[in-house]
Design a protein around this ligand. Structure first.
Ligand code: NDP
Length: 505
């Protein structure tokens, strides 16, 4: 594992300086709540700090929304829906979504660097996120006019079945892909004709606020509202609000369960995109170099902070030694460093809390007899001492029932299992509460398809990983969620069915 930074104190100073300079260029001017087309202070006048996980320094103070602020945002959103947005034709909504995509693309570089400051992800990966966010708006702009109805005629009855928007939807997103998650939520909601109250994660509120600034001239006031704050305050107020007619949540399974329970009180429709503990299966026929590259990207992309991360490797005995040797070498070759540097492969995690969480899992893996093939703690490099870094880690020898194997670590930690009996391997691959994704690596396409069907998960990659294409629905089986994003069916999650039964007599 290498670092391209200067060593020690010089390296720390250089990183800090680069982050201060970038902050001067890209931090948004307005960090209030975005409600009704204006940036306003929180009702209680409170703020919270968002930190740069690379330097540990405060980036910005952001308005801390609470229940009163969410109430106001929901009221304003309904008013925008009733007075304006519900009357927008599909063509006008399509235009709005297209313009949002355009303006994001015009600001890719700025938004990517902002995301890197707030989240810590390498700027090369942040750039992919921002382009992906624009693509979401473009994809759903294309689908806006897809609103087919049905009619039925029977004797003296004439029936119409039409789809209507919910009105106001509540959307809560996590910190791992901040702007991309905002786009996954906002694009289909607006396309279907809804107004939104969006709560970004407390760790990464800045790109959603900057997006609000950018789209202010494009979207009518009150159609998009952004209320930053803490999950138990602003988040719970959004997901439990009696006038929010649909809730869309992405985050941990634990909180997703709470969201679903609170939605039950108001019988509100919910979609949930939750955690994962996805298997990647390597067959003996693989090209080892290609397998190493895919497995490495499956777990280490975005510092392992991906719900779909391929965090359990099942590698066939025949190629296990070569693949593991290749993976260990790949880890040694990774550049861990300042995420603003284009050459960096692995940046810091999003927060000190997330570092502690990952280190606790490493500790439990050690206690459970895990053998660390590489990694296993924080990097020694003094120039990275201010940041929330964890070394990429490979652990073998764990019982499949142990916590580090069963639970979502959300860090750069791969647990490794060797197999030679297919049925036993599939049984283990499915032996988790999650079912979000999976990977299959083999050139035997019949085998690949069989295994794709045998893995209980909502999204399977064969000979690739992470690439999510608009039009191919993404979402989980089992405790990984309810509903699908990225696909045409996503629009249906933001519409309700109305039947009009007309008597002709
Ligand atoms: P959370 O599930 O707590 O956070 C996701 C979002 O939900 C954030 O905006 C959060 O607010 C909000 N939230 C928190 N509590 C509530 C609540 N009671 N009602 C409504 N909204 C709420 O994830 P964490 O950030 O705590 O991360 C913990 C673990 O969750 C990670 O280590 C990872 O394992 C998993 N995770 C999975 C994600 C995925 O995409 N599958 C994404 C993020 C985390 P805020 O954080 O602002 O307080």
């Amino acid at each position: 594992m290498s670092s391209q930074s200067d060593s020690g104190d010089d390296g720390r100073t250089a990183i800090r300086q680069r982050h201060h300079d970038t902050a001067d260029e890209v931090l948004p001017d307005r960090t209030g709540l975005y409600v009704g087309g204006e940036f306003v202070a929180a009702d209680a006048g409170e703020t919270f700090d968002t930190l740069d996980p690379t330097t540990g320094e405060v980036l910005e103070s952001v308005a801390r929304g609470r229940e009163a602020d969410v109430d106001r945002a929901v009221e304003v959103a309904w008013s925008a829906f009733d007075s304006t947005w519900a009357d927008y034709s599909a063509g006008r909504r399509q235009q709005v979504l297209t313009e949002i995509a355009d303006i994001i693309e015009e600001h890719v570089d700025e938004l990517a660097r902002l995301e890197t400051l707030d989240n810590g992800k390498p700027v090369s990966e942040a750039t992919i996120d921002i382009r992906g966010a624009a693509e979401q708006f473009r994809y759903f702009a294309g689908l806006v006019r897809e609103n087919p109805g049905e009619t039925m005629s029977e004797g003296s009855r004439y029936g119409q079945v039409i789809k209507e928007p919910y009105g106001v939807v509540g959307q809560v997103i996590p910190w791992n892909f901040p702007l991309m998650m905002a786009s996954w939520k906002l694009a289909p909601a607006l396309a279907a004709g809804n107004c939104s109250v969006l709560k970004p994660a407390e760790e990464t509120p800045l790109s959603a606020l900057r997006l609000a600034e950018l789209i202010d001239e494009i979207v009518p006031d009150g159609v998009v509202n952004v209320v930053p704050g803490y999950g138990e305050e602003a988040g719970a107020a959004v997901t439990g609000h009696p006038d929010v007619r649909k809730v869309a949540f992405t985050g941990s399974t634990a909180v997703g369960k709470q969201v679903m329970k609170s939605a039950a009180d108001t019988v509100t429709d919910v979609t949930l995109e939750l955690g994962g503990k996805s298997p990647v299966v390597v067959f003996p026929d693989v090209d080892v170099e290609k397998a190493v590259s895919l497995v490495s990207s499956a777990i280490f992309y975005n510092t392992g902070e991906c719900c779909e991360a391929g965090s359990r490797l099942f590698v066939h005995e025949e190629v296990a030694a070569d693949v593991l040797e290749g993976l260990a070498a790949a880890v040694e070759d990774m550049t861990i460093g300042d995420p603003l540097d284009e050459a960096t492969d692995l940046g810091p995690k999003v927060s000190g809390e997330q570092v502690d969480r990952t280190l606790e899992y490493l500790e439990s893996a050690r206690d459970d007899g895990g053998e660390f093939l590489v990694g296993g703690g924080r990097p020694d490099d003094e120039s990275l001492a201010d940041g929330c870094y964890v070394r990429p880690t490979l652990v073998e020898g764990l019982d499949h029932g142990s916590a580090a194997v069963q639970e979502e670590i959300f860090g750069p930690v791969l647990t490794v299992f060797r197999w030679d009996d297919y049925d036993e391997m599939i049984e283990l691959a499915n032996d988790v509460d999650y079912g979000l994704a999976g990977g299959v690596i083999t050139d035997d396409i019949t085998q690949a398809n069989t295994t794709a069907r045998d893995i209980e998960a909502g999204y399977i990659w064969i000979n690739s990983y992470h690439d999510l294409i608009p039009g191919l629905p993404f979402g989980g089986y089992k405790e990984s969620g309810i509903g699908r994003e990225l696909g045409a069916e996503t629009l249906e999650h933001y519409r309700q069915t109305k039947t009009i039964n007309l008597s002709l007599r």
